[in-house]
Design a protein around this ligand. Structure first.
Ligand SMILES: Cc1cc2nc3c(=O)[nH]c(=O)nc-3n(C[C@H](O)[C@H](O)[C@H](O)COP(=O)(O)OP(=O)(O)OC[C@H]3O[C@@H](n4cnc5c(N)ncnc54)[C@H](O)[C@@H]3O)c2cc1C
Length: 517
């Protein structure tokens, strides 16, 4: 069988993961990335000479990467230093006080009991157990499967598994589900917030997203040196398997011959003949013709109303006082419903945003004395959710100033004073994200997971076009670093299976735990 030549478009997590599996299975792989460095959303910025994360900061499900490295005959622990977090996150409200959740479930139970009473702690025990069951039901049968459909899911769990499927409460919203466990509105906010990990509103996302709570409870790790190291190590692993990475190389077209992928064309006009393409760009880029009209029918476009959340982020180096920041802290808005109505219904920045703060130098909630910064300053990453309108509207300076004031006033109301300086702050808006990730409007998580059907309408690894495969946060099983990695592996496995069957040879080895019908 001839060696398949595969172009991977995009060196995001899924593109790199696909490249690892394809190269180790003998494909001739080139990854084309328009940015100067690999990583995609997993990106670093520099403020006052300090590199810091400006994308994902919560690293979960490390086993996905353990498996990827092990399948490639390598060892994640040899390449990256990962430390388990003891304190998962600190949560604050403007009325004062804070609630910590811990990796140790029993500590979280005690913490909730002290914060909101024993009844709420009992609700948490039931909630955590249900979240675990949902994760167990959907992990292999849905998330690691390449062709999700309601019927396919029923087939996978079998007749005996039907009660378990009903138990995931597919038709409730996450907000309705959390109300069954918690009376305290603060806890409803806290556990409803997991919908935002998939770029969605807790008021519209299905209750199944409770599984995100389980994923976090199962472990959060600090990556020494920042999340950027993960992208570097994935790129290095792909290179060791024989893949080639070409950064600053934008692909502008995918060409077909007799309906099959035939070549790609770069922005400078260079053409590269290929047998297959794995596209790690947002699916909407394909669907709206950014790779040429010929392949636009390969996947459905994301209607504007179905876009997931965007964000406004601030990377800054600053001194803080008042509130004991943890590595991950969340400061909740006073009116959660209004926050999501502003974003999803009115398409504007929330008047009362919830603010996530990552204090990147802290281990749990302590700041090591030698944090590499000036003695009393630290690296902070602040994020609020925002509407994905970056393709049609650029926020004015006045709007951004008003938004920034609201954000830092909210933090101050909860006790956190941030002594920020304009020259030590770098801001990213939905328009910036749209420029970085074309055809998204700044939506960072593909289509929103709104309604029970949403997860089933997300594109699978195989597109409508022979030879064109999809991978990334806009593809099944969805956004988030481990999910994107899983989608990359699924795309590679589907490609290898299809290539082997067209060549009438036995299927090539596919990666463990991934199922391709
Ligand atoms: C601010 C922020 C915070 C987040 N927080 C978390 C978190 O805490 N935990 C978590 O798990 N997830 C988080 N996420 C989500 C997570 O980062 C993403 O789901 C995941 O990284 C997406 O990976 P991907 O494979 O879809 O590729 P992407 O990161 O989307 O990368 C796609 C790549 O394709 C490239 N590309 C696009 N078009 C072309 C072209 N024409 N030619 C060549 N290259 C092209 C792009 O430049 C990009 O590098 C966060 C995301 C953001 C932005």
């Amino acid at each position: 069988m001839a060696t398949p030549r595969v172009a991977v478009i995009g060196a995001g997590i899924a593109g790199l993961t696909a490249a690892v599996d394809l190269a180790r299975n003998g494909c001739d792989v080139v990854v084309f990335e328009r940015a100067p460095v690999p990583g995609g959303k997993l990106r670093e910025v520099h403020v006052a000479g300090a590199g810091m994360d400006a994308g994902p900061t919560v690293f979960t499900l490390r086993r996905v990467f353990d498996e990827l490295f092990a399948d490639a005959g390598d060892d994640l622990d040899r390449r990256l230093t990962l430390c388990p977090a003891t304190l998962l996150a600190r949560h604050a409200w403007d009325a004062g006080g804070h609630l910590d959740l811990f990796a140790d479930l029993y500590r979280s139970i005690d913490s909730i009991a002290a914060f909101a009473g024993v009844r709420e702690a009992q609700g948490f025990v039931r909630f955590a157990d249900h979240a675990r069951r949902i994760h167990q039901t959907l992990d292999a049968a849905f998330m690691r499967a390449s062709r999700p459909s309601p019927l396919g899911l029923v087939k996978r769990v079998g007749l005996a598994g039907l009660p378990r499927l009903w138990d995931i409460k597919p038709f409730d919203t996450l907000w309705q589900a959390v109300a069954q466990y918690f009376d305290d509105p603060r806890l409803r906010q806290l556990f409803g917030r997991y919908a935002t990990y998939c770029g969605s509103s807790p008021f519209e996302a299905p209750a199944t997203l409770m599984l995100v709570a389980h994923v976090e409870q199962a472990g959060v790790w600090y990556v020494e040196g920042g999340m950027g190291r993960l992208a570097e190590q994935l790129a290095a692993l792909a290179a060791r398997q024989g893949a080639q990475l070409r950064c600053a190389s934008e692909v502008r077209a995918i060409h077909l011959h007799k309906g099959h992928v035939h070549s790609i064309e770069l922005a400078d006009g260079e053409r590269v003949a290929v047998d297959a393409v794995v596209c790690n760009a947002d699916n909407n880029a394909l669907a709206t013709g950014l790779f040429g009209r010929g392949v636009a029918h390969g996947v459905r476009a994301t209607p504007r109303a179905a876009r997931s959340l965007s964000a406004v982020t601030w990377n800054l180096v600053a001194r803080t006082e008042g509130f004991p920041l943890a590595h991950h802290s969340v400061f909740f808005s006073s009116d959660y419903q209004a926050e999501f109505a502003d974003i999803f219904k009115r398409g504007r920045l929330p008047r009362a945003p919830t603010v996530y703060v990552c204090a990147q130098d802290r281990v749990d909630d302590s700041l090591p004395p030698a944090n590499g910064m000036t003695p009393d300053a630290e690296r902070l990453f602040c994020l609020i959710n925002a509407p994905a309108i970056g393709d049609t509207y650029e926020f004015t300076t006045a709007e951004m100033e008003a938004c920034e004031n609201r954000v830092f006033e909210l933090l101050a109301a909860a006790g956190l004073r941030v002594h920020r300086q304009a020259d030590l702050t770098q801001v990213s808006t939905p328009s910036d994200f749209h420029r970085l990730f074309p055809a998204t409007g700044g939506a960072l998580y593909g289509p929103a997971s709104h309604g029970w059907r949403a997860s089933f309408t997300r594109a699978g690894a195989r597109s409508e076009i022979p030879g064109l495969y999809l991978a990334g946060g806009s593809t099944h099983p969805g956004p988030g670093v481990p999910m994107a990695a899983t989608s990359g592996r699924l795309a590679a496995a589907c490609l290898m299976t299809d290539y082997a069957s067209t060549a009438r040879s036995p299927p090539a080895v596919t990666s463990g735990g991934i199922s391709t019908p």
